[in-house]
Design a protein around this ligand. Structure first.
Ligand SMILES: [Zn+2]
Length: 319
């Protein structure tokens, strides 16, 4: 009887293991929010290189954090509240300290849907003032409504857009626990409100989506001329490490910034020529030589739209 009971338990456990395995197969295990150290006091977590989806919980962007004696300064809030909660737990595990500030590099969904959790934890949110226009726009509202459908259950009716506690206009020096942070607005580039954060003592640059590492950026409605200017400004920081908004960190900061800059420059050159000659866009697109960039991640997902948006921008600039 005892033996049979043991067998029954083992059978039951095997069955549970099968269910678990089948479940794991149907829904791939979520990528955990894991802190990686980039300098003595700076860390980051890295989202996956993909579009946001229920499978990845919208963990498609990075967040950084810097540990100071007085608390932790976070850069960007990740793409869903659940991710933000995991980040807060990870920060606690690594540093044992609370988050005092969150600096928002720009108000795109994948960087801000976690803000409410930091707000709840008592952190002060700082962003560049043009983020307000986006927050108050129909675009932000309709994007959130779409995300509640597309990213359910991670984005739901409780997910809300959170404004900054402090909107800055020009450069701002923030000192927390004796550690200096330089907050440098660089928009309009990827967005009007682009803000980068530099930690001079360790030469770490948190660059948001102004710098993409080893992948094609989403140009969207960005003003690529200003974006190129912004990259040139960032190059003057002479950072040793760049934590981008997406993808791995880089100690080849210069090369990364140059790659993004050269990609934008190439888009502008090819599309400007096409727009000036009144060449149909599709024809110009097919004719362009993309060989320098087509091996990069997200080229297929982003390049056509980037080229099209740049074509329209070049038409507008020509007027
Ligand atoms: Zn982004």
């Amino acid at each position: 009887m005892f033996f049979r009971k043991g067998l029954a338990v083992r059978l039951l456990m095997a069955l549970v293991a099968c269910w678990a395995a089948a479940g794991a197969f149907a829904q791939p295990a979520a990528v955990p929010v894991t802190a990686r150290q980039v300098s003595p006091s700076a860390w980051y977590v890295q989202g996956v290189s993909a579009l946001g989806s229920p499978g990845n919980r919208n963990f498609v962007s990075n967040a950084g954090f810097v540990v100071t004696p007085a608390g932790v300064v976070v850069i960007d809030a990740l793409g869903s509240p659940v991710l933000a909660r995991e980040l807060i737990a990870e920060i606690k595990r690594v540093s044992g300290k609370p988050v005092t500030h969150v600096i928002v590099t720009h108000y795109h969904a994948d960087h801000i849907y976690g803000l409410q959790e930091f707000k709840r934890a008592g952190a002060r949110i700082i962003a560049q003032k043009d983020g307000r226009d986006y927050l108050n726009s129909d675009t932000a509202q309709s994007r959130l409504a779409a995300s509640r459908k597309d990213l359910a259950p991670w984005i739901d009716d409780d997910t809300r857009l959170v404004p900054a506690d402090e909107w800055i206009e020009g450069p701002r020096e923030l000192v927390v626990g004796g550690v200096r942070f330089l907050l440098q607005p660089v928009g309009p580039a990827h967005t009007p409100e682009d803000l980068v954060v530099f930690l001079p003592s360790e030469k770490v640059l948190f660059a948001g989506d102004v710098v993409f590492r080893g992948r094609v950026p989403y140009v969207g409605q960005a003003d690529s001329r200003h974006w190129i200017d912004a990259l040139n400004t960032l190059l003057t920081f002479n950072a040793a490490v760049v934590v981008p908004g997406h993808g791995p960190t880089s100690t080849a900061a210069r090369e990364d910034m140059e790659l993004t800059r050269d990609y934008l420059t190439y888009l502008r050159e090819t599309m400007r020529r096409a727009a000036q000659n009144l060449d149909p866009w599709e024809e110009a697109y097919q004719r362009a030589d993309w060989s320098r960039f087509e091996h990069l991640p997200l080229f297929k997902a982003a390049n056509r739209m980037n080229a099209y948006n740049t074509y329209l921008l070049m038409e507008r600039e020509a007027k």
